[in-house]
Every structure is written in C-alpha cells, then in structure tokens.
Design a protein around this ligand. Structure first.
Ligand SMILES: *[C@@H]1O[C@H](CO)[C@@H](O)[C@H](O)[C@H]1NC(C)=O
Ligand SMILES: *[C@@H]1O[C@H](CO)[C@@H](O)[C@H](O)[C@H]1NC(C)=O
Ligand SMILES: *[C@@H]1O[C@H](CO)[C@@H](O)[C@H](O)[C@H]1NC(C)=O
Ligand SMILES: *[C@@H]1O[C@H](CO)[C@@H](O)[C@H](O)[C@H]1NC(C)=O
Ligand SMILES: *[C@@H]1O[C@H](CO)[C@@H](O)[C@H](O)[C@H]1NC(C)=O
Ligand SMILES: *[C@@H]1O[C@H](CO)[C@@H](O)[C@H](O)[C@H]1NC(C)=O
Length: 553
C-alpha cells in the first residue's frame, strides 16, 4: 500500500507551542478550562463519536432548557410531567474541533438510559423513562451540512422497560443490556439471531437488590467484557463471571470487603484496567483486573433522602485480578471519600477519578460536600495523586469522557427534579469544562508524539494483523506504546464500554530526522477488543499523542 511520510510544517509545531503556553499553565496536577458557560442543557449522558463530535443529552421531562430547538420546532407530549409543549432541546451535538454545538431533538425520554457505539460507529441508545422505557434510538455521525438528528426506532423495541440499565458491546458486535429498575434480566440489541429470546432472567440482579425503599443499590451494574469472552458483572457488593451465550454463571467472585455498596444510589464506579498485550507473543490472552472505587455505606440513601443527613462516602477502592484461578480483592484507600466518582482510563494506562461528593448518595438533593480535586491512580505503583481542583461542583447527573486529544470533557450536575438554574448551592449546571491532564503541560511538548499516518488498509487495526504508525517527536526517550481506547458512553458515574488495549509493539524505527515508525500487532481477538471504532494513541514515555480513529475488525 502506498504510504508516505508527510513533513509536519514547522509553523504547526509553533502553533501547538503557542497553544500550550497560552492556554495551559505548567503547574503539576493538570488544568481546568471552561469551554462554555452554557451549552443549554445539562450533560447527564455523553458519548464521543468517531467524527470527533460528542453527543450529549439529559431528559425530555426536565422543563424548558436554555437552548431552543431549531426552526420553531416543538415536542408535544400530554404525559410529560414538567412541560407538555416543549420547544427547547434536551440533547446537543458538540464539535470538539470548533468548540461549537447544535441542538438535537429527542422525541421520547432518555433519562437514566444506557448506550453503546455499534461496530459502524453509530450510537445506539437504549431505554429511559416513561415513553422511553422500551425505546431504541440511534445517532449516526454525518457530514456537517447534513444536520442529522436522533432516529427513534419504530421497528424494534426493548422487550423489557430498562431504566438505569448498563450496556456492553460484545465480541459479535451485538450489545447486551443488563438490568434496570425492577428488571432482573438482560437482553441483546439487535435481536438478529435465531433463537434469541426476548429477554433472559438473571437471578443475580434480584439477589443483589436491597429491599429498603429507594435503596436498590444494584442499578447501573458494572459490566466488563473479559478476554475469555465472559462478562464480569458487579452489583451492590457482589460480582460474577457470566456466560451470556449459555445464560450461566461461570463463577462467583468473593464479596468485596467493607460494608459499602457500590451501585446506584450508593453510586461508586468501576474500570477494567488496561489489557496489556505486550510480551504475550500474540498467542496468550492477557490477564484482566477490575477496579471498583467509592460508593456509600448501608442506609446512606435513606439518611440523605428522608433526613437530609449526609453520611460520609466510601474512601476505598477494591482491585481484583478476575482472571486468576482464586481471585482476591485487594483494598486501597483513596485520598478522600467519594460517592458518584467518574473513573476514566487515560491512554497511558493511568486512571483518573473525578467529580462527585464526599457525603451522601446519588439521587435528588442527596449529596453534600462536592469533591473538587480529581485523583490520579497509577495501577503499576498503586499510588494516588491529588490533581488540580475544578471550579464547579459536579454532583448527581454529571458526567465525563476522555477525548481523542487526551483532554477530559466534564459537564452536567443537576441534583434536582427539574432544571433549577438558581438553586443554591448546586444549581443545574449547563457549563462544559475540559480538564487537561498533566501530560498536556508545556514541559512535555518535546516528548509528545504527533501521529503522521497510520499504515493499515482503510485505517483498520485488524485482529492479529500487524500495522504501522508513523509519528514525529522532538526528543526520543524510548518506551513507545500503542494504545487502543474505546470511547465510553458515560452516565451516572459509569463509563460503559470503556476499554484500553495496549498492543504488542514489534518494532520502533527512526525513518527520518525526528520521524519514527512503530509496528504493532492488532488485538488478539474480539473478546480482547470487540469490533468498532477506537481512538489509537501513540504513547511515548507516558505522554500520549492526539488519537486517530481506527476501526477494529
Ligand atoms: C442561558 O443562555 C444565555 C445565552 O444564550 C445565557 O446568557 C444565560 O446565562 C444562560 N442561562 C444559564 C442559567 O446558564
Ligand atoms: C415499539 O413500541 C412503539 C411504542 O413506543 C410501538 O408503536 C411499536 O409498534 C413497537 N414496535 C414493535 C416492533 O413492537
Ligand atoms: C512466539 O510464538 C511462536 C508460535 O507459538 C513461537 O514459534 C515463537 O518462538 C514465539 N516467540 C517468542 C519470542 O516467544
Ligand atoms: C489470532 O491468533 C491467535 C493465536 O494464533 C488465535 O487463537 C486467534 O483466533 C486469532 N484471532 C483471530 C481473530 O483470527
Ligand atoms: C460529611 O460527613 C462527615 C463525617 O460523617 C461529617 O462530619 C460532616 O458533617 C458531613 N458533611 C456534611 C456536609 O454533611
Ligand atoms: C505493559 O506491559 C509491559 C511489559 O510488562 C510494561 O512494560 C508496560 O508498562 C505495560 N503497559 C501498561 C500501560 O500497563
């Protein structure tokens, strides 16, 4: 295949320098920049799409937002509890390149729903509330002039109402939707397979549900597809390895130590730590480790909800090597307690924990004491580091996603029943922030790789196939890795489908002055990296490049 190294014009490098020096100060712990004081809606759900746009939405029964629908469009719903004739938007498409956004139209209520990007990069969004309980909606990236919008599917529905469910993309490209309020079951989307029952009972979800009113503590279960093709499911304090093809629990893991509950409304978070294919020679499956952080103690929801007494949240994280024959939880202490933490994986393999509060639980008016400082966790050294504080409390109904340029997009927070822009001390937040991790600081510019080209047919990182990426760099320090990062659907402190796969690097060569070529082997199998669009980052000495999108198939 034809392939050429293009010279990066020096004025671009200069502009990059200027950009970093003018927008970002160089203190350790990263930096916060407000992108918009108001995007008109509150960022409750977010998903980055393969065209560098971010789809953001809250709910249709929130009252009037601060953004009108275009062309005098309105939505009339006689059953809407807040506003029957609503001419405002509850979703936007945010363009990362231009820092602009446009309103989108949701027809039914996507509140507390779930989602995933399909293999072709279409967002499929599942469930919600009321007229949205059983709904499937899609959004497919489109060219600028196209003004594409949400499509509400008519020919296909969820068979069970799913409100507070979680999704995972599967190795065969389908999506599994697990749980939801009073939904002790799972189902697949789409149901294109023969013998695909409408839904499957999952006892685990019933036994992990607490029976105190309001205190389910098993909603938005944490799902992680493991390299052996089974699904790790965590709810409340328990977890299982689940074979969804055979509807069979393969293994029950030990209960996480400590009294704390980890799922909604005692909301904690969870990540599958990076799957590292380095040194496995393309034959062995990688080990996998899950990390669960934060949450609330028993009774915290009812103390908050009924008495407005906000118990201190959990300070612990648990790590478990789920692929071990006899897995054990290893507990660690965060620098501070946190409920509603967003946990995001960075391209360099570290974990950032941000947003949320020190006291209380998820739910309306149920938390106090926002935690402004994100925390960085390095899985290798098991160290936590305190990062630069945000300016805005991000309480219930806030969210965060990793961006292709290495920043983190942070928005939302509305702990109220409807929009309340004047509430004190936690108004409905319409603002959108970017957090610049430490690795974006000016002192790291010389080590920051810039991808010039991906040498692979149609930008495809095919399974087991080798492909090359050329990049430029001012100062070579060795330690080059290639990381595939799946963009998450984030809501309620859980980044669904988030995944970092560190590929095996076979060669790094200098191909011209300051230009390098790294050759890597694609992921071993769809169980390691389910098919779809990933952000591919070159990470050099711990400093990630801006990502390019590649398709894994
Ligand atoms: C709503 O948007 C307008 C600009 O369109 C802005 O001036 C106003 O402050 C926004 N309101 C809130 C509550 O953010
Ligand atoms: C899906 O649900 C809608 C109501 O929301 C209904 O009109 C439609 O007929 C359903 N479609 C199928 C295929 O069941
Ligand atoms: C990699 O695996 C192949 C096939 O099993 C084997 O022939 C080769 O020696 C291995 N290479 C290394 C470096 O282990
Ligand atoms: C990749 O190679 C491994 C080891 O040879 C094999 O087990 C696996 O099936 C291959 N994956 C694909 C998608 O072909
Ligand atoms: C948070 O919890 C601590 C420990 O229980 C308590 O002392 C403090 O008053 C609580 N803060 C709020 C705002 O409720
Ligand atoms: C992957 O594994 C290699 C070899 O063990 C190690 O040097 C590297 O730091 C690991 N990368 C990540 C992101 O964990």
């Amino acid at each position: 295949m034809a392939f050429k190294i293009k010279n990066v014009p020096s004025f671009i490098v200069f502009l990059l320098f200027l950009f970093f020096f003018t927008t970002v100060n160089s203190d350790a712990g990263g930096n916060w920049v407000q992108l918009h004081r108001s995007i008109g809606i509150s960022a409750m759900h977010m998903q980055v799409l393969r065209d560098n746009k971010v789809i953001i939405f809250d709910r249709t029964d929130f009252g009037p937002s601060n953004l009108s629908l275009p062309n005098g469009r309105c939505r009339f719903n006689p059953r809407d509890m807040a506003l029957k004739l609503d001419c405002t938007a509850h979703s936007i498409l945010y363009d990362l390149t231009t820092n602009t956004f446009r309103p989108l139209t949701l027809q039914t209520d996507a509140w507390c729903s779930s989602g995933a990007a399909t293999t072709d990069g279409t967002l499929i969004q599942t469930g919600g509330f009321n007229d949205g309980y059983n709904k499937l909606r899609t959004f497919t990236p489109c060219p600028e002039h196209n003004l594409c919008d949400w499509i509400e599917l008519q020919e296909q529905n969820l068979t069970t109402a799913r409100w507070y469910a979680s999704n995972q993309i599967l190795p065969d490209g389908r999506i599994i939707v697990v749980g939801g309020r009073s939904a002790f079951s799972y189902e697949f989307v789409p149901k294109s397979y023969q013998n695909d029952k409408s839904f499957y009972y999952l006892r685990f979800l019933r036994v992990t549900r607490d029976s105190n009113p309001g205190e389910e503590n098993n909603l938005y279960p944490f799902l992680h597809l493991l390299p052996d093709g089974n699904l790790f499911i965590f709810a409340n304090r328990r977890s299982i390895l689940f074979d969804f093809y055979r509807n069979r629990v393969v293994k029950e893991y030990p209960v996480i130590p400590g009294e704390e509950k980890r799922n909604y409304p005692s909301t904690g978070s969870s990540v599958l730590l990076p799957l590292n294919l380095t040194g496995l020679n393309g034959t062995r499956l990688p080990e996998a480790e899950v990390m669960v952080c934060g949450g609330a103690f028993p009774g915290a929801f009812n103390f908050a909800n009924r008495k407005k007494v906000f118990l201190e949240a959990s300070r612990t994280c648990g790590r478990i090597r789920v692929t071990d024959p006899e897995p054990e939880w290893v507990m660690e202490l965060m620098p501070m307690p946190r409920v509603m933490p967003d946990m995001l994986l960075l391209p360099n393999g570290n974990v950032i924990i941000l947003n949320g509060a020190r006291n209380g639980t998820a739910g309306w008016e149920n938390a106090a004491n926002p935690v402004f400082n994100p925390v960085l966790y390095k899985p290798g050294s098991r160290r936590f580091e305190l990062l630069a504080p945000a300016n805005t409390p991000r309480m219930y109904h806030s969210s965060a996603v990793l961006l292709p340029d290495g920043r983190i997009l942070v928005g939302g927070s509305n702990p109220h029943r409807i929009y309340d822009f004047r509430a004190y001390p936690y108004p409905t937040e319409l603002s959108l922030d970017a957090y610049y991790p430490d690795y974006m600081g000016p002192e790291f510019v010389p080590f920051r790789p810039s991808i010039i080209a991906v040498e692979a047919a149609l930008n495809t990182a095919s399974y087991n196939g080798t492909f090359s990426v050329t990049f430029s760099l001012q100062e070579f320090r060795g330690r080059v890795s290639v990381a595939l990062v799946a963009p998450s659907f984030t809501t309620h402190s859980f980044a669904m489908n988030q995944r970092v796969v560190v590929l095996a690097v076979t060669e790094v060569d200098e191909v011209a002055q300051g230009a390098y070529k790294v050759t890597a082997r694609g992921a071993l199998s769809p169980t390691v990296a389910p098919p779809g669009y990933y952000m591919l980052y070159i990470v050099h000495a711990g400093i990630p490049s801006v990502a390019v999108w590649v398709q894994v198939k």
